[in-house]
Design a protein around this ligand. Structure first.
Ligand code: UDP
Length: 234
């Protein structure tokens, strides 16, 4: 697959066109940002680890019947994906309170929620990705009601599948962020799922195996990502 031009560069990934107009190369960088890019750094080999971890997760979700943009792993830092039009909302699913939910509602970290929750954040860097609801999404024509319904159903389904997947690896899925895209008139899962986009706690010890180690300068960041990679590939 021939790599042509860079069409998008985000905080952690770059997208390149290929000789096939329907396919893109998603390249994973080592750069890490937190708190709306106020904190910046790099995590050694993160791109390589996240590319492999995301591949394993997309392959698993595919087997579980979830439609995703993933096509195949290409190299250490590259995967081939279907070209989609990204719906500009971050979809956050939570099983326990952490991060911004704790800040917003003054909840203790780790509080078990009585059933999963769903949030939408409008993807607008200059605004810091504000929380919005489905009425805003409709009123601003960000997505149709039908798309929001589909995204909601898929997000909760993916939560159930991922909780099961990680529990087998002795990891509890606390929360995560998804992005969806429009592809041939359908909504499919896009972007990535990795320790950058999930909170993952080791069962029993509660040890954090995700980007919170970077956000909070907890150390052993590479080791935590490596540990997730080791478990998903064993
Ligand atoms: N998340 C993400 N990208 C974002 C915002 C959040 O991947 O731009 C993930 C984050 O890693 C966590 C979940 O979504 O797993 C919920 O994040 P939260 O809203 O608590 O925000 P944070 O405290 O991470 O700023």
């Amino acid at each position: 697959m021939e790599k042509r031009q860079k069409i998008y560069e985000g905080k952690a990934k770059i997208l390149y066109t290929t000789d096939d107009p329907g396919l893109l190369i998603q390249y994973f960088k080592d750069d890490a940002t937190a708190f709306n890019a106020q904190k910046k750094g790099t995590i050694a080999e993160k791109g390589i680890m996240n590319n492999r971890i995301a591949t394993k997760i997309f392959e698993y979700l595919g087997r579980e019947g979830v439609k995703t943009h993933f096509v195949k792993l290409l190299s250490d830092r590259e995967m081939l994906v279907k070209r989609v039009e990204i719906v500009p909302v971050e979809v956050i699913v939570r099983n326990r309170a952490a991060g911004s939910l704790c800040r917003m509602l003054a909840l203790p970290e780790g509080l078990e929620l009585d059933g999963p929750t769903l949030e939408f954040c409008y993807k607008k860097d200059e605004l810091g990705d504000p929380l919005i609801n489905e009425y805003h999404i409709r009123a601003l024509k960000i997505a149709t009601d039908e798309e929001v319904g589909k995204i909601t159903k898929m997000a909760f389904g993916i939560n159930e599948a991922l909780k099961k997947f990680f529990l087998k690896l002795n990891i509890e899925l606390i929360d995560f962020k998804l992005e969806f895209g429009r592809h041939q008139g359908h909504i499919i899962l896009a972007d990535e799922i990795s320790p950058d986009t999930c909170r993952l706690w080791e069962v029993g010890t509660g040890k954090k195996l995700d980007k919170d180690r970077f956000r909070r300068d907890m150390g052993n960041i590479e080791e935590a990502y490596q540990e997730v990679l080791r478990r998903v590939t064993r």
